[in-house]
Design a protein around this ligand. Structure first.
Ligand SMILES: [Ca+2]
Ligand SMILES: [Ca+2]
Ligand SMILES: [Ca+2]
Length: 449
């Protein structure tokens, strides 16, 4: 999901325009999907259970015959992400409604836990959730939310991280603003995926917000000081900068865990090594999976995937030369370190969520493996290499590059398909199963047959 809002009108930019449209067509775009939930509502009247309709090619499926897809719920409106608060008890966000909904035992509560006034153009809206259940004695669980607060009398729209308390499993109260990032560019590449780390800090992805070549966090040496965009932000549960700053002392550079990121909808920690991984979306090329060490520089806007972006009009969108060791990057006095992706797609794969399966529910062969969802309905699976610094890949993928999107080349990592647009994935903390929420409004779980 990418794409600029302003399209250069001049004829010589037609190639760029076509590429913009091809990207739009390749990756689901929230704006295009406004009508789809309605469609699915009518379809859901016909299908009570997805799993039983296995002969229908448009139903989601897993290629391993020992596993199958079961529908948990259908009928959400543009959900973006979810979090468990108990067994069969899920909080899920609706992007445009600005609501936090609760699905308990396959039923949605009539009244949302929260209904915020959000700006929801394009990739803005109610975007991120993380839950910290185990607070100190007798205190309420924390629910963290990332959303685009609507413009109000004179105040511009802002992308904000808030902390709420979950009271009686039914209300979100005592809001505390932890972080406010400028919604300065266009309304794409907002990010907003949230995650609580093993260090009990909260991590948030914030894309470049389509404000190109603006800051040092986009590897522009004479650019503006980083402003919390184009990175992975790490902040304490009280909204403070963690004491062990990575890239510099000055706010908000002291919040950055990683930078050089164009657009990300997925982060997760390896349960074995405790290291962070992300997925990143390129423009017309170069979607990525990265091992994100502290101070990781992903290279944008100098490199995406392993290719240098070529200029079209004002925007670097089309694929340029291979750039394995990009030079002239911003390194914040040696503290930032570039590394190439552990996997990259030459043609957009439309990557979204990334999840480590920290359970043996599907057998030993999947335990602690990586799963990556896409907004075109594909689900990928990766075995880790021996020291878990990358993936175990063979044949055409030995070079860490998917040159095509064909099943032939991707066979070894293609795990499932036809999910619609995968918005988020979670491993159920109570049953160890992989749960998938789709842009079309369904929640699925993968179960052993
Ligand atoms: Ca990168
Ligand atoms: Ca495995
Ligand atoms: Ca290859």
């Amino acid at each position: 999901m990418s794409v600029v809002g302003v399209i250069p009108p001049v004829k010589k930019h037609l190639k760029g325009l076509n590429e913009i449209h091809s990207r739009r067509n390749l990756c689901y775009n929230f704006t295009r999907l406004l009508l789809i939930p309605l469609l699915f509502f009518f379809m859901s009247l016909a299908f009570l259970s997805v799993a039983s309709a296995s002969d229908d090619q448009e139903q989601p499926y897993i290629s391993d015959p020992n596993l199958e897809v079961e529908q948990v719920f259908r009928g959400l409106h543009l959900p973006t992400t979810m979090a468990f608060i108990g067994p069969d008890d899920i909080l899920v966000l609706e992007k445009n409604s600005g609501t936090v909904e609760r699905i308990t035992n396959g039923h949605k509560l009539l009244k949302p836990l929260l209904d915020e006034d959000v700006s929801y153009s394009d990739e803005r809206g109610m975007l991120g959730i993380a839950v910290e259940l185990n607070q100190t004695n007798n205190s309420n669980p924390y629910v963290f939310l990332y959303y685009t607060k609507s413009a109000t009398n004179g105040e511009k729209a802002r992308n904000q991280l808030w902390r709420y308390e979950l009271v009686s499993d039914s209300k979100l109260q005592n809001p505390k603003l932890l972080l406010s990032t400028p919604a300065t560019g266009k309304s794409f590449h907002v990010g907003g995926k949230l995650l609580i780390g093993p260090d009990h800090n909260i991590y948030a992805t914030v894309g470049d917000q389509t404000k190109y070549k603006a800051t040092q966090a986009q590897n522009i040496k004479n650019g503006a000081f980083p402003d919390t965009t184009s990175g992975i932000i790490r902040i304490t549960l009280d909204g403070q900068a963690p004491p062990n700053h990575i890239l510099g002392k000055i706010y908000p550079l002291n919040l950055y865990y990683a930078y050089g990121i164009r657009n990300s909808f997925g982060i997760d920690f390896d349960p074995i090594t405790g290291k962070l991984w992300d997925t990143e979306d390129g423009p017309e090329f170069g979607d990525e999976i990265n091992l994100v060490e502290p101070g990781f520089n992903s290279g944008w806007s100098r490199v995406q995937g392993i290719w240098k972006p070529d200029k079209i009009g004002n925007y670097d969108l089309s694929i340029g030369n291979m750039k394995l060791n990009p030079d002239n990057l911003v390194d914040f006095e040696g503290k930032g370190k570039y590394s190439r992706p552990e996997f990259t797609w030459k043609i957009p794969a439309c990557v979204s969520a990334i999840k480590f399966l920290n359970s043996d529910k599907y057998g030993e062969q999947y335990k602690d493996d990586v799963f990556v969802g896409t907004t075109v309905g594909r689900l990928y699976h990766f075995d880790m290499n021996e020291n878990r610094t990358g993936f175990s890949l063979h044949n055409d993928l030995n070079d860490k590059i998917a040159d095509t999107n064909s099943g032939d080349e991707l066979d070894q990592i293609l795990f499932g398909s036809k999910f619609g647009g995968i918005a988020d994935m979670q491993v159920g903390p109570y049953d160890g199963l992989l749960y998938i929420v789709t842009i079309e409004g369904a929640i699925y779980k993968i179960v052993p047959r």
